[in-house]
Design a protein. Structure first.
Length: 152
């Protein structure tokens, strides 16, 4: 046998490429904001807020989600609304939602050292789309605006 017979012979035919399968689009997992309201508040917002406040040195933090009348004189006739009731030591605050939806109108009120709650303040009125991260950020900013978290 000659060496020519054992050498691979080049071919002029191009190698056939395997047909490419179309890439399947990865489905995005549902956004955390798509969860039912109560679930989002109790599983994501409240633990996130508590963790943030704890990292800032506030260990005495209590948060609860309730649907009830507002504790503000003159608003007793208003329908019950969803409220995240917060307490940091002797200070109390409410982040409220007029509807069971984080995209709905929101308000903030607070009380310090057993005083009555303040008037309702609009909260996050300029945001077109509210995300969990924005809600956490604005809540911490609002608490800091009261000088509860960091002194000037």
């Amino acid at each position: 046998m000659s060496d020519e017979a054992t050498k691979p012979q080049p071919t002029d035919a191009p190698a056939e490429a395997a047909p490419k399968a179309p890439k399947a689009k990865k489905e995005k997992p549902p956004a955390v904001e798509d969860k039912p309201f109560a679930e989002l508040m109790t599983q994501d917002f409240m633990p996130g807020l508590k963790k943030t406040l704890n990292t800032m040195g506030f260990e005495d933090v209590e948060l609860a989600l309730q649907q009830e009348q507002l504790p503000i004189a003159g608003l007793e006739q208003m329908e019950p609304c969803w409220q995240v009731l917060g307490r940091i030591g002797q200070r109390h605050f409410i982040v409220g939602f007029l509807k069971e939806d984080i995209q709905s109108q929101k308000f903030f009120c607070y009380s310090d050292s057993g005083a009555r709650f303040s008037t309702l303040e609009s909260f996050m009125i300029d945001e077109r789309k509210v995300t969990l991260d924005l809600l956490l950020l604005y809540t911490v900013q609002r608490l800091n605006g009261q000088k509860w978290l960091v002194r000037n």
